[in-house]
Design a protein around this ligand. Structure first.
Ligand code: KIV
Ligand code: ZN
Length: 514
């Protein structure tokens, strides 16, 4: 069997999606889930970007043991130093260093000649190899690079000590035949290519990232880079779950090719990434979309009832979506709850479990049937709370609404100094009135850029999840939270976004004193 390494860059390229700002607790949660999914390599961040990024990569590198942890660096020594600082604690420290190789990037962005770019690449790889046993080198915008130059610089990079060579289609411009041919060309024209692994890295600007990545595998790529749910810059990166499920489902075509991904962890990973990044998954998204297994037309339903394979090429069970969704109710006890949390893969200490159980009981009093999705939301919220230092806390919210008048909202909030502040303000709608009241409590300008509410699970008593995207103190932030009431979840999500900014300012200040 030929094994394809799965390189996950959700926490680096994925985190570069507009409006996504994960804190270090959330990054660690995602990394732990990626380890459960058995990805081979986790790109945990870009340590030179900020002290917060460095710290998050370090935490992940010291926690994750069963996947290799890596970090990104530009071709400058200070970036490599920052990456070493973050990754030296890892089981097997690995660096990802890159430089652009296309004429457009070299001329306009780097303002370097091709010879200078080769010299910089060689120098930084050699420097990195003094610290890192494994160095991956990327030719940014490789697909739009001159082929002969690309072959030359790849040869030099290998000579300098890189053992994994990544060939990105940075702007998502390639077609499958062309991208596959590029791998074939490099295999045939780089004399020292045999000892190294070739890696594919595709962006989805023209919707061809999955096809391009598969074409690279067909032509010799032994590592594929991508993100969960395909999140990332612009139209995103290739969705890793699509690659793994395509290779598995079409074993008749991709003969003897496999990944080590634990496919039944896909659904949970996808849900976690969507929740924590606030990036909704489109309903018809391949593999993980809400409708990926729904059969709507009568003809299809009839066919599936007679023989599932008539219209079903993958099953929900394959990706870990359980059909037996009703799990607990009002009469379920603490033990049943603990067992269920364990089965779902949550590792909470006793205090966190007790808090989660209280939340479960509260919900069970108001909601007839508690589903896996509800439990997952309660347990995830509790898990993230463990080291959450929120600075504004919602104590209460009330709204007065009459169709002929502007609604008014009253909020009670505990502020960072521990004082209770109550504020009543009106607005054009109930949610606006709440947001206005919260803005008055905060006492600074907050601009709401986007706001969404979705239900978690089905039924009229489903939990509501709110995502609020706002700008505050010059930063764009995404907050999320859930509650049974739409208005309460909206208020909590708004404060969650503001708290993220206060928390990162606090971390920056702490860093200055170290
Ligand atoms: O898309 C790209 O070229 C990248 C590199 C940094 C590898 O993300
Ligand atoms: Zn990229």
């Amino acid at each position: 069997m030929r094994k394809i390494d799965i390189y996950d860059t959700t926490l680096r390229d994925g985190e570069q999606s507009p409006g996504v700002n994960l804190n270090s607790v959330e990054k660690l949660e995602i990394a732990k889930q990626l380890e459960r999914l058995r990805v081979d390599i986790i790109e945990a961040g870009f340590p030179a970007a900020s002290p917060g990024d460095l710290d998050a990569v370090k935490q992940i590198a010291s926690t994750i043991k069963n996947s290799t942890v890596t970090g990104l660096a530009r071709s400058v020594r200070s970036d490599i130093d920052a990456a070493w600082e973050a990754l030296r604690v890892a089981e097997c420290p690995r660096l990802h260093v890159f430089i652009a190789t296309s004429p457009i990037h070299m001329t306009y962005k780097l303002k370097q000649t091709p010879e200078q770019v080769v010299a910089t690449a060689v120098d930084t790889i050699q420097y990195a190899r003094k610290f890192f046993p494994v160095v991956q080198w990327s030719a940014e915008d490789a697909f739009r690079s001159d082929r002969a130059f690309l072959a030359h610089i790849v040869e030099q990079a290998i000579h300098a000590g890189a053992t994994i060579i990544n060939i990105p289609d940075t702007v998502g411009y390639a077609t499958p035949a062309e991208y596959g041919a590029l791998f074939k060309f490099l295999k045939e024209n780089v004399p020292n290519i045999d000892g190294v692994k070739l890696s594919a890295h595709c962006h989805n600007d023209l919707g061809m990232a999955t096809a391009n990545t598969l074409a690279a595998i067909e032509n010799g790529a032994d590592q594929v880079e991508g993100t969960i749910n395909g999140i990332g810059e612009r139209a995103g990166n290739v969705a890793l779950e699509e690659i793994a499920v395509a290779l598995y489902t079409r074993q008749d075509f991709y003969k003897n090719i496999k990944t080590d991904l634990k496919l039944n962890e896909i659904k949970r990973t996808s849900q976690l990434v969507s929740t924590l990044t606030g990036m909704h998954i489109q309903a018809n998204k391949a593999v993980v979309g809400k409708n990926a297994f729904a059969h709507e037309s009568g003809i299809h339903q009839d066919g599936v009832l007679k023989e599932p394979t008539t219209y079903e090429i993958i099953t929900p069970e394959l990706i870990g979506e359980t059909s037996n969704n009703l799990v607990m109710g009002k009469h379920s006890g603490r033990h049943a709850f603990q067992d269920r949390a364990k089965i779902m893969g949550f590792e909470l200490d006793q205090e966190a479990l007790n808090n989660a159980f209280k939340e479960f009981k509260k919900l069970a009093d108001r909601k007839k049937e508690i589903t896996n999705e509800d439990l997952w939301t309660i347990l995830t919220n509790e898990q993230l709370k463990e080291s959450d230092t929120s600075v504004f806390e919602l104590e209460g919210v009330g709204v007065y609404y009459e169709s002929s008048k502007d609604p008014s909202a009253t909020v009670i909030v505990k502020n960072p100094d521990g004082e209770m502040v109550e504020m009543t303000t009106s607005g054009a709608g109930s949610v606006e009135a709440i947001f206005n009241a919260l803005e008055n409590v905060i006492g600074e300008e907050v601009h709401v850029l986007d706001y969404r509410v979705t239900s978690i699970g089905k039924g009229r008593d489903a939990l509501a999840e709110s995502i609020v995207n706002l700008s505050y103190r010059g930063e764009e932030l995404t907050g999320r939270d859930s509650a049974q009431d739409v208005l309460e979840s909206s208020a909590k999500a708004y404060l969650n976004a503001v708290n993220r900014s206060l928390l990162s300012t606090h971390i920056k200040e702490l860093m200055k004193t170290v």
